[in-house]
Write a new protein. Structure first.
Length: 71
């Protein structure tokens, strides 16, 4: 069962990387005249940017679960 948690952890890591890259790439809108508020409103409507918090949550939950399993 421990391998399942490692798999979910790695999926969460992939989601976090993918979402983080999207967030960083959309920061190119800031020099184009977007304010920080407009940027945040824009990225919350993009589905690929939601991968970042989903990945963080998956990694956090599985880290807590893996840390409780006996050696």
């Amino acid at each position: 069962m421990d391998i399942f948690y490692w798999f979910v952890f790695l999926v969460g890591f992939g989601f976090t990387v993918s979402g983080g890259i999207s967030l960083i790439s959309y920061m190119n809108l800031l020099p184009a005249g977007f304010t920080w508020i407009e940027y945040l409103q824009f990225v919350q409507t993009r589905s690929e940017c939601w991968l970042f918090p989903i990945g963080i949550i998956l990694m956090l939950l599985t880290t807590l679960k893996i840390g409780q399993s006996p050696c």
